[in-house]
Design a binder for this molecule. Sequence first.
Ligand code: G3I
Length: 329
Amino acid sequence: DNKGLKDVYKDYFPIGVAVTPAQLRDPAQQALILRQFNSLTPENAMKMAAIHPQEDRYNWQDADAIVDFAQLHHLRVRGHNLCWHQQVPAWMFYDKAGNLATKEILLSRLKAHIYAVVGRYKGKIYAWDVINEAVADGGDQPLRNSPWYQICGEDYIFKAFQYAHEADPNAVLFYNEYGTESPKKRDRVYQLLKKMIAAGVPVNAIGLQSHWSLTNPADDEIKTSIKLYSSLGLKVQITELDMSVYANEDKADSTGYTPQRESQQTQRYGQMFNIFRANRSVITGVTFWNLSDKHSWLNNFPVRGRKNYPLLFDRNLQPKKAYWSVVNF
Ligand code: G3I
């Protein structure tokens, strides 16, 4: 039969994938994307350094290619992302004299950036990751000590949502974060969101990145996070799903895709989607971070030269056993 993930899940939520423009031009990858998915996230093309390399110059080519493809094929697009501590263009944090920018300058640049990018795709991008990864993993200070924070304090977070809402009042605005299943970080993110909502900041949803492994996080932690954030009235999306076959800390391990790992992954993917389906009233999308094991950012990371096997399609774009456990329920 001709069904893909998007068809199997049509009564639950859209199923997305992170892509590059080059993938959309490759016939085999294009065919797989169109058969399986109904939502796209640009993996890198809309990040600040890529789309806004100089203060007076935007580079729309790659981002346009993805949005045009989506329009042509009636796919949704999630915009990723408007403000992050990585992939920031070098000019952003400095004034013309080469000194650290003031808060006033930095917020005016952030506003110009968000107005330009969100404005260009108004009506074509239905959801934006407005702020990405602003919360610290450890330490005493809940917010990440990035240049954004050092220069603006928490205001940059609040303002970014306000600017995005002004630029497209219909866009669904996300706070996107990883590691939200560990209690300390989960609570920090919760407190931040609660404060934003109390202050009237237009945040609509939380993106749980979900870069998981065969053993982490525990199912109960995932359920707890979904429940906690949705208790604030926020919608939830799984925005960057993958499942490394290595334990996070085990950098020495490169034993690969053993039959045992294959069966563990198959079972766990099935169980993850059980949890997602059970939460269909609050989950409004599930997106995989990359198309196949060949394209995963986890190849070479965090160990150079090591291959990973975190997705539902293998290096020949064929569905893995894990795919069938997600489809057959
Ligand atoms: O495009 C340049 C190229 O010109 C240059 O020669 C080359 C040399 O390193 O780098 C290329 O840029 C790379 C870029 O991907 C495009 O391929 C960067 O080095 C590389 O760091 C970048 O990695 C991306 C990473 O975000 C950046 O931190 C990954 O592809 C992307 O999958 C990853 O995605 C992030 C999400 O945005 C946020 N959540 C975590 C997730 C995984 O890290």
